[in-house]
Structures are given as structure tokens and as C-alpha cells.
Design a protein around this ligand. Sequence first.
Ligand SMILES: [Zn+2]
Ligand SMILES: [Zn+2]
Length: 347
Amino acid sequence: MSRTEKSANGMMRRAIMAAPGEIEFEELEIPEPGSDQALIKVHSCALCTWEQRMYTGDEPIYPMAGGHEVSGIVEKVGERVFNVQPGDHVTLSGLYRCHQCESCLRGYENICENMYKVRNPPGGLGEYVLRYGADCFKIADDVPFEHASLSEPLACVLRSVKQSKLQGGERVVIVGAGLMGLLHLVLAKNLGAVVFVSEPDESRQQKALEMGADLAFNPLEEDYVEKVKALTNGRGADVTYVCVAHPSTVEPAVAASANAGRVLLYSSFFPKGQKIEVDPNIFHKKEVVLTGTMSQTRGEFLEAAQLISNRTVDLEPLISATYPLDQVKEAFDEALKINTYRVVVQP
Ligand SMILES: [Zn+2]
Ligand SMILES: [Zn+2]
């Protein structure tokens, strides 16, 4: 029986992360959307670091229907879904938000106090997914689904850039040119910043330069603080985005900050239990701000979807490879290589 026949019979396939390095496929009935839900036929699902960590065993939550960077076409909607309709191309947020806690009510739904109390597997590595209508964001019909699937990481980075209050002409340093570092680069250049990239890997440096970085340097070969000061006429960085999970990068980032500089810790995977040391005088004397962000709000998701739809940002250089659903395992192996940015699975 072919896959289309199965779909026609009301059945669908979905990849489940079963154990480190192990993917299983399950067959299940295509679900019916509830009154405030939409059923989406998945086209593209990008493999984020969260899923990669589950695949390697660093984030052992099994079994898990992973896949949260998803785009596709709306198939059916419940009667209380007003923002999308069947046939719409959409990108999907998969965050659970309670809309009841004080964080949600004060506009911080990205750090909802109850987000971990509800098991909410994103399930994007399957032929269909259900989402609340409010978590579906329209994308232009002519935008490749692979690009649209990157709305989620772009929205997270958009939040980080907003938090940094970056202004045109400011001098930015991005520490680490992985996918998140490069998304910061794209948005910072869009705002008219001068962007320097600190990255030891030469091919990643090259990628950053191709994507518009003004200069890239190797922090293992040059003293980070001296280099940043030299690049900024002795002033220091106005904004630093730390996009690697090495706690040792934080102190130099703070030390190399300009007066009123902002240092954003973007990585979510700093090793547990490790501490950082910074000179506390710097906060008083220089009004440096050290902070970070987590996930994104729906408003930021909407903005990211629109930036992609309007082609304000070009994410093509960040799509490293695409694989069919049957080859999820191969897709993960590819995603774990150092010079891949996003690998996309297309059910
Ligand atoms: Zn993600
Ligand atoms: Zn909440």
C-alpha cells in the first residue's frame, strides 16, 4: 500500500524518537481538529538542536514525537479558527502557554510558568499535525516551505535582538557562527549594525562573511577582549550575542563591552552546574547589561513569518540538506556534522 493510499484511508505515519540514535515509525489515525484547532499536512520539519540532543541522548525524553520547526498546508479547521483556512500555507508554533499565569498575563508567554506541566509533543516529523489555530501563522504561497520552517528559530532570535535594543550603526559581536549566530547576523545587518564574528572554525567564519559579517576572527588565536577593543576604536562592543554554550565566553564578552553595552546569552545548553565570573564593578561603572532570552511570543512568531514571507531575510544559505521522512535517521546524522546549519525532513 502506498503512502497516499494510507493517507486516503485516514492513516498517517510519524517518526518517534525511541532511544539514543533510534527512530521508530508509528502508524496512527489522522486526527480530527477540535473546535479551536487546525489540521496541517506537514511539508517541512527542520531538525533543531533540541531534537538533535534527544537523538544523541543528551536530552533523554523518550518516546518523543519530536519536530517543532514545522511548515505545511492547512487541511481542516475547527469552527472557532478564524486566522487560517484550508489551503493556506502556514508555519507553526509548538509552545504550550497556559494564558493564566502571571508571566503569560504580563506579556511573557514565552516563559509561561506552566509550560512544562503539560506534555505537548510537537510531532512535526509526521505527515499531519494538529495545532491551535492561534499557533498557525500564514506564509506567502511562493515561499519555500524549508525557509518557512525556520520561522521558529528566527522568532527566537528576533526576541533576542529586540531584548538587546540594537540600533543602527552599533557595533555587534556574535560569539559562535552556528545557525543561531548566523540568524543574529542576518537580523543585525538588517538593522544596519556593524557585525564582527568570533568563531574558531574557518568554514563557519567563511559562511559568516558570505552572509554579510564585516569581519570574522579566531578567538583561539587572538585575545578576544583586545581584538574587540581594536575593532571598535577602543570603545568595545555595543551588543554581544553569545551563541555558544561555553561559560568561559561570558566573562570576556562582558569585559569587552562598551559603556551601556548589552550582552545577551542566547544558548540554552550551558552545562548544568557551571558558574561564570564577572567583575561586578562593570555594571555600575559602565552600565553594562547581561541578560538572555528564551523562545518567543506569538507576536514575535508573526513577525518572523512575515520577514520570511516578504523576503526581508533570505534563509536559503542556512538550509544544508533535505531528506524524506523515511530517512529521518540519515537526516539526524547529517544534522550533527559541524558544518551543517539546518537539515530539513519533508514528510
Ligand atoms: Zn527550534
Ligand atoms: Zn502561563
